[in-house]
Unconditional design. Structure first.
Length: 218
């Protein structure tokens, strides 16, 4: 499989990495480490666009930049610093952040939003590793472990449906709750099963009538 787009943190801000993606014709977005060269180039930018991303007011711009064997694009965005200390390179009291990309079509704002979504992907892996046991492979073969990962991912999807259902009736539970909270709020409730009319009836030790009604329905 060949990915269409790759996004990585500044640990991958290496010429060999960008050269590889460029030669493989894979679009990339990588956090670029701040440097004197980038700061001076950003300070020379004349056109800045204002936008609001993640409840933060930003000014964004971009410029061409040769990194490795190829010319890429640097997307730069800045915010006002709290300290108010002037930078020796940009001559202003602002914090600058940089992304390097070979995507010439995407807008500056879209490039920043796309990169910021990397955190959402990492969160999914964190949940899979810690809540659905991805970090402990049970088998020695790649094929069997692949099946294990897929099954656990399907279970995650089923759990999302289940927690969304229970979050509407259980106080302190929301659609984004992890398994630990779901277990504490729902699973760890004492229940007793009785038989009446050839049917098993579950009696929950809770005063939450909505939860009792939902449990009987499911």
């Amino acid at each position: 499989m060949k990915p269409k787009y790759a996004r990585m943190d500044c640990g991958s801000y290496i010429k060999e990495v960008t050269d590889y993606f460029q030669e493989e014709r894979i679009l990339f977005s990588i956090r670029a480490s701040s440097s004197e060269t980038l700061l001076l180039s950003a300070g020379n930018c004349d056109h800045w666009e204002k936008c609001r991303i993640n409840n933060q007011d930003l000014e964004v711009s971009s410029f061409k930049y040769i990194f490795g064997k190829h010319e890429h694009r640097i997307v730069v965005y800045r915010t006002i610093t709290n300290k108010g200390q002037l930078s020796a390179f940009t001559k202003d009291a602002k914090k600058y952040m940089f992304l390097i990309t070979n995507d010439k079509v995407i807008s500056n704002e879209e490039a920043i939003r796309f990169y910021n979504n990397r955190g959402n992907s990492e969160r999914v892996f964190d949940i899979q590793n810690n809540d659905f046991n991805w970090k402990k492979m049970p088998h020695s073969s790649v094929e069997e472990n692949t099946v294990f990962l897929i099954i656990r991912a399907i279970i995650h999807i089923m759990y999302r449906w289940l927690v969304a259902l229970f979050s509407s009736v259980v106080e302190g539970l929301d659609k984004e709750s992890r398994i630990k909270k779901f277990t504490f709020r729902v699973i760890n409730i004492v229940a007793k099963f009785t038989t009446s009319g050839r049917q098993q009836i579950m009696h929950l030790s809770t005063s939450n009538l909505r939860l009792i009604h939902l449990t009987h329905q499911t």
